[in-house]
Write a protein that binds this ligand. Structure first.
Ligand SMILES: [Zn+2]
Ligand SMILES: [Zn+2]
Length: 264
C-alpha cells in the first residue's frame, strides 16, 4: 500500500470511539469502540476493508473504546495492542495480542512507529498514542480521555502534524445539565475528561511548537455541541492572537459517522 498518511475519526463520543490512521502505507485503528458491524460500515465508507487494518491500539478499557474488539478480533484476526489492565477485560479474542507498557514504543513491521504515553484517566493502564512515519517525518497523535493535561503529555505530542484532541464538555452545560453531581465531579475532577477551554488552552502550546492541524473529539452529546466546541476553541485562540486558517486548522470529529480528517 502506498499513498499519503491520513487520519479519519470513524466514531467519536462517549457512545463509541475509533480513529483510522494510515501511516507509512499501513492502516491502524486507535480504539474499536463500536460494534464490529458499525466498525466495518465506517471502514468501508472510507474505502478500507477491515482485512486491510494491520493493528488495533487500545487506549484503555472503558467500553466506549473496546466494545467492538472481541467480535472484530474473531472475524478479522487483527493484531491487538494494549496495556495489561486493558487486555485483562477482553475475552474470546482470536488475534495476536501484544501487551504494552504505558511508555512503550512499538515499531510495526514495514509500518509506523507507535508510542504510548500514560494519561491520568480514571482507569488503570490508560494511554494516548503518537504514530510516527519515519520516512516522511509525519506524526499524528490521538489524545482523548486525558483527565487533565499535564506537561508530560504536552511534551509527548509536541510538534505533531495532527492532533486529535479531546474537547469533551462545555463547563456551563456540565454544571447546569442534568447529570448527577458525582458524575459531574467524575468528568471534571482531573481524571475524567478535558473541557473545551482546557483544550483551547493546550492548543496554544501545540501551535507554538509547530502543530497546525487539530481535530476536536470525544465531545459529550449531553454537555457539548460541535458549534460550542468550535466556537470556544477559535475564540479562545483568537484572544491569544492565533487566526484560524492561517495559524491553524480545526475540524470536529462526528459522533456517529466518519468525519473529514486530514491527509498529510
Ligand atoms: Zn472515552
Ligand atoms: Zn474513558
Amino acid at each position: 500500500m502506498t499513498g499519503p498518511d491520513r487520519i479519519v475519526p470513524l466514531y467519536s463520543s462517549s457512545s463509541g470511539n475509533s480513529t483510522l490512521i494510515k501511516s507509512r502505507g499501513t492502516y491502524i485503528l486507535v480504539d474499536c469502540g463500536m460494534s464490529c458491524k458499525m466498525m466495518t460500515k465506517a471502514l468501508v465508507a472510507c474505502g478500507v476493508y477491515p482485512e486491510d487494518v494491520s493493528a488495533i491500539f487500545l487506549t484503555h478499557r472503558h467500553s466506549d473504546h473496546i466494545n467492538g474488539v472481541p467480535v472484530f478480533s474473531r472475524k478479522y484476526h487483527t493484531p491487538i495492542y494494549g496495556t495489561r489492565a486493558t487486555l485483562a477485560v477482553l475475552d474470546g479474542l482470536a488475534s495476536p495480542v501484544t501487551e504494552i507498557e504505558e511508555n512503550d514504543i512499538v515499531q510495526l513491521e514495514n509500518g509506523p512507529e507507535v508510542r504510548a504515553f500514560p494519561t491520568p484517566h480514571d482507569v488503570n493502564g490508560s494511554v494516548c498514542y503518537r504514530i510516527i512515519n519515519h520516512d516522511s517525518g509525519n506524526s499524528i497523535a490521538v489524545m482523548t480521555d486525558l483527565g487533565r493535561m499535564n506537561d508530560g503529555m504536552k511534551g509527548f505530542a509536541r510538534a505533531c502534524d495532527v492532533i486529535l484532541l479531546e474537547s469533551n464538555y462545555d463547563p456551563y452545560m456540565l454544571e447546569h445539565g442534568e447529570y448527577p453531581w458525582p458524575l459531574k465531579k467524575r468528568i471534571s475532577g482531573g481524571h475524567g475528561h478535558i473541557s473545551n477551554p482546557e483544550s483551547a488552552e493546550v492548543a496554544e502550546f501545540f501551535i507554538n511548537n509547530g502543530t497546525k492541524k487539530f481535530i476536536l473529539g470525544h465531545l459529550s452529546p449531553h454537555n457539548n455541541t460541535p458549534d460550542i466546541a468550535r466556537q470556544t476553541f477559535t475564540t479562545s485562540l483568537a484572544d491569544r492572537g492565533f487566526v484560524e486558517g492561517i495559524d491553524y486548522e480545526v475540524k470536529i470529529a462526528k459522533k456517529d459517522m466518519p468525519s473529514e480528517g486530514y491527509v498529510l
